[in-house]
Design a protein around this ligand. Structure first.
Ligand code: SF4
Ligand code: SF4
Length: 368
């Protein structure tokens, strides 16, 4: 007996697949499945998060609908995966709220914070909001640096605590049979697999989006999004070092390192999420969890809006539009941080943890 209906279905499918084994070369899910004879809830959540939703096993399967076995591994694991985000979320009460309304909640949070900063500045001193400010410290006319740093450190700190609590619960649940400890070799292998998105190519042919012809663009869009995010994070870290170590205040010149990193990252975060959203829109509904489009799309959309408002701020930072644009950008970044532990962001973290477990299992069973 499993905790949910979808885990019951995932168990049924894994039992069918374990007898068939036709797809064992496609990705990590099938070899990991073959190491088991029975599946606990933790095992199924592990397999669900190991799946990259490439769709290849649906297209290749002789038992997919209309066959009476009704085998649809990508969709079943997508639903199990989404439910696992809620099951491991911290605090639990917030998880369900985001499942269907993720995009609306994220947008309301972003606009609320932006409106608060905008209103506060407008009431306090309209000239600060609509004036032209240039040179070091221009951004802090709208909001003092310490207040800005405290607000975002609190939001980021909350996101980190919630994410750590979630991944801890996930890791505990998927712990058997190899135990809780991991090692450097497994970690390195997982970093390599995650960095290359190794299992997002249907065993080498590409990802299935619509129809039966594979294409590889989802992998490209994922790469643009991931490396765009990392470059923007690096830009923020360098900017923080500039501020505290070199006493150099933002905004910086276009050729300065934080701006170069932020611009390259921003381009990645515009093109990657736009491509992912378009691919999601076109994707065959038979492969995806159509009930949770909101949660799925929310994080991708927030990344896109973070980049869009950041790039607009870069372009118009020396005009009277700077104040309203900065308020909007800060609102979007704040909303991105506080919604991160309850949306699609966690899929990257749980998937990485699943890849570490997989590398460890292979090592212990002599497969690597
Ligand atoms: S998805 Fe279909 S073809 Fe692939 S292993 Fe499972 S039952 Fe076999
Ligand atoms: S959808 Fe792709 S990654 Fe997921 S189980 Fe099937 S082949 Fe593996």
């Amino acid at each position: 007996m499993h905790g949910t209906r979808i885990l019951e279905e995932a168990d049924r499918l894994m039992t069918v697949c374990n007898s068939c084994r036709y797809c064992e070369g496609l990705c990590a899910v099938f070899p990991a499945m073959e190491m088991r004879r029975a599946f606990s809830d933790g095992d199924l959540n592990y397999l669900a998060n190991l799946c990259h939703a490439c769709g290849a096993c649906y297209v290749d399967c002789q038992f997919s609908p209309p066959h009476e076995f009704n085998v649809n591994v990508p969709k079943t694991l997508a639903i199990a995966r989404a439910e696992s985000y809620a099951a491991y979320a911290w605090p639990r009460a917030f998880a369900g709220v985001f499942a269907r309304n993720g995009l609306v909640i994220s947008l309301i949070a972003a606009l609320s914070v932006a409106a608060f900063i905008f209103g506060f500045a407008a009431v306090h001193d309209r000239q600060v909001l609509f004036g032209v400010h240039t040179g070091p410290g221009a951004f802090y006319q709208l909001m003092p640096h310490n207040a800005m740093a405290a607000l975002f450190a609190a939001a980021f700190g909350y996101a980190i605590v919630a994410l750590v609590m979630g991944v801890r619960a996930f890791w505990r649940d998927i712990g058997e049979p190899v135990g809780m400890k991991t090692d450097a070799k497994s970690l390195l292998q997982a970093f390599r697999d995650a960095g290359e998105l190794r299992y997002l190519d249907g065993g080498g042919v590409g990802c299935f989006n619509e129809g039966e012809r594979p294409e590889d663009r989802r992998k490209l869009y994922h790469h643009l999004t991931f490396y765009g995010f990392m470059l923007c994070f690096a830009a923020t870290c360098v900017g923080t070092l500039y501020h505290y170590l070199l006493a150099r205040e933002a905004p910086y010149a276009w050729w300065d390192l934080p701006v170069v990193l932020g611009t390259l990252g921003g381009i990645g975060l515009l093109t990657g999420p736009a491509g992912l959203l378009a691919a999601k829109w076109r994707r065959d509904p038979v492969l995806v969890d159509t009930q949770r489009y909101g949660m799925d799309a929310a994080f991708t959309m927030m990344l896109f809006l973070t980049s869009l408002t950041g790039m607009a701020l870069l372009l118009w930072r020396e005009t009277a539009a700077m104040g309203p644009l900065l308020a909007l950008h800060l609102g979007v970044v704040f909303a991105l941080f506080i919604t991160m532990p309850y949306g699609k962001f966690v899929h990257g973290i749980y998937r990485f943890a699943a890849l570490v477990r997989y590398a460890r299992e292979r090592q212990m069973t002599g497969h690597s």
